[in-house]
Design a protein around this ligand. Structure first.
Ligand code: FAD
Length: 331
């Protein structure tokens, strides 16, 4: 591998994958490092023991930018993404109202993480590889993983991870960049996955909930390509999540299910599977007003949805901007 031109990317969420894909397309050798056993990060899908799949992180994505639109069109043509035509409403104190904005919502096909899997299929991704420390040498960056295996050196390094984790990894040695990013908070979110034995009979497929403790509930199985068992994902508000952050997952799942009956006005129904997942870093509150950060002196870049846009689209555009900054920097 060319020691100067090669790039190491930590994090195989949408930002890291988009960045790596764009660099590879420009002829740069790239290696990705991902601590989880699969790619996609917060664009995740979880399977329960019963075999049902839930998109328990990002629920769908919208398209505003032309470049992202072109990419989404390709995913749709390839059968990796599709429009979600479920009935999505607003729910407040038991009152249902229609949403005013007509907006196209897309999902991965057959699951939210399918898009990440398809992007990763052409890339060199090291899974189950938590990078524990990074070291700057004259000829680039070396990485040490949690098994004390060394990787690199890489001529450039990209941290496509949330800012708090980036600060930890660099041992707070980010210079001016640190001041820029240290106040960017990612709000947490408890997500509950519930599979009903029979169809949960409400006249909608998803709701933006304006009533504590939820912000969002959705019939996962109303998305295209999903299996037919009636699976729901419930997202707690950042406030409720913060209050219950360290509570055991099974307690949280039970509590939020009780609240679900209340919020939807339904009586309790038999449940086939129930689980909860804690997202400690879910949604950036006030993203940075620039798409990526690259320090040519340090040969170090940062990107993610916390740069420029707190969504999948924002993460994609941030990754692309990161790749462009590297390609345009002096070698
Ligand atoms: C509950 C929830 C609901 C959401 N709903 C929506 C929605 O409906 N629509 C929408 O557009 N967006 C939504 N989002 C936001 C969306 O998921 C994110 O904007 C996007 O996925 C972020 O991508 P990313 O690449 O920036 O970060 P991430 O997806 O967080 O990727 C970072 C990756 O880095 C890895 N990593 C971290 N540290 C290390 C390390 N030391 N070594 C190796 N790997 C490491 C992580 O495992 C992770 O895979 C939601 C997010 C959550 C959590």
């Amino acid at each position: 591998m060319d020691r100067i031109k090669s790039v190491g990317v930590i994090g195989a969420g949408m930002a890291g994958l988009a960045c790596a894909g764009a660099l590879q397309a420009a002829g740069i050798p790239v290696a990705l490092f991902e601590k989880s056993r699969g790619v996609g990060g917060r664009m995740a899908t979880r399977r329960t023991e019963s075999g049902s799949a839930f998109d328990h992180g990002a629920q769908y994505f919208t398209v505003r930018d032309l470049r992202f639109r072109q990419q989404v069109e390709q995913w749709c043509l390839a059968g990796t993404a599709a429009l979600w035509l479920g009935r999505i409403i607003r729910l407040e104190q038991g009152v249902i109202s229609e949403l005013n904005e007509p907006i196209d919502r897309y999902v991965g096909l057959p699951a939210m993480n399918s898009i990440a899997k398809s992007l990763a299929s052409k890339l060199n991704v090291n899974l189950n590889c938590t990078i524990q420390s990074i070291h700057s040498f004259d000829d680039g960056w070396g990485l040490t993983d949690s098994n004390q295996v060394l990787h690199g050196p890489f001529g450039r390094l990209v941290l496509a991870i949330p800012p708090q984790q980036a600060i930890q990894l660099t041992q707070a040695n980010l210079g001016a960049t640190q001041a820029l990013i240290c106040d960017i908070e990612l709000a947490p979110c408890w997500a509950v996955m519930v599979q009903f034995e029979q169809r949960f009979d409400v006249p909608y497929d998803a709701a933006f909930v304006h009533q504590a403790p939820f912000t969002w509930v959705a019939r996962n199985s109303s998305k295209p390509g999903r299996d037919t068992s009636d699976c729901w994902v419930l997202h707690a508000s950042p406030e409720w999540t913060k209050e219950h952050l360290e509570q055991p997952a099974d307690q949280v799942a039970g509590q939020l299910l009780d609240e679900f009956w209340h919020v939807t006005g339904q009586s309790p129904q038999p449940v086939a599977a129930l689980a909860a997942h804690r997202w400690r870093f879910a949604i950036p509150r006030k993203p940075l007003q620039q798409r990526s950060i690259f320090d040519p002196k340090q040969r170090l870049g940062l990107c993610g949805d916390w740069c420029g846009g707190p969504r999948i689209e924002g993460a994609f555009l941030s990754g692309i901007a990161m790749a462009e900054a590297i390609l345009n920097s002096p070698s």
